[in-house]
Design a protein around this ligand. Sequence first.
Ligand code: GLY
Length: 350
Amino acid sequence: MAKPSGGHATDIVIAGGGIIGLSLALELRQRGLSVAVLERHRAMSSASWAAGGMLAVNDPQNPLELLPLAILSWALYPSYLDRIELLSGRHVPLRTQWTLQQVQSERVSTDALAAEIAEFAPGLDATGHSFKWLEEGSLDPNDLREALPEALRAAGGMLVEETAVVGVESTAHGVLVETQRERIAAGMFVNCCGAWAGEPRLGGLPVVPVKGQMANLRCPPERLRCVVRVPGIYLIPRGDSRVTIGATLEHVGFDETVQESSIKQMIDAALRLLPEATAPMQVESWAGLRPGTPDGLPILGAAGTKHCWHATGHYRDGILLAPVTARLMAQSMLGEFPDVPLDAFTPARF
Ligand code: GLY
């Protein structure tokens, strides 16, 4: 597809080695295209790693327009993980299969539900909360952080770390992508730069970083075997005594520092729900930057510049939406009708 012009040439260049960029690269490799992913730091080192890993298909906080993407992505997840495992030789298990979601209505709190909570979450103090069950999984992003880059390399994709895109120029037949080291000729360019996707050199999208702080508590695994979500806090057991709690939602620019006071507030809220959990002396805590958009929806589709595309703005759902994003973007880029229409997500809406 790409016309070499002296330097390195490939069909597709993707900027951003997070879960979106790597998953799209894997999908394109599967369709026989050559792909180079350029990552300014290390692959899976930003939001893709900091994320909770909930595959929150029916989170009531999600915008309604997201639902068709979320449902299809959840359906694609088993084959997505199978492919990654097969290629990388690493296991990426779903660590929970169910979520207890707080709801307003008292009617959903039945005796049967109480018995199920006693079975799946005997350590939970549900006082003052009404819950319903959602069938949705969660994974530990650390597992994907190991497996996904290896899977792409095993599939024949190129992953170039510590390499930022300096500029992108459209030509008659494709693009010239400039890095600090070289110029790459490609048929298409895709901006998968997450919270950094709004940089002017990538097209100036209205993407903003939304910081989330997270921490790990400890609790015997049998005391909590499902995700618990209430306003302001969620608990994600990893099945090995870690319970990941999150998350703050902060508009503070590109600040990834952890504030002790924020972590303490989250720990207090988590301990009210799971009193048996403990916070180690040195609590593991971290922060990441979600890519936020003005309408809370991802930005998926052709850019205003020829041969350039965007796949970013996944805000709180990048892990969930990676498989569907990879599929729908690949379909659109190759001139097929996407399984779900992307009109609501077009970059042209801004
Ligand atoms: N996906 C959960 C969060 O953004 O906090």
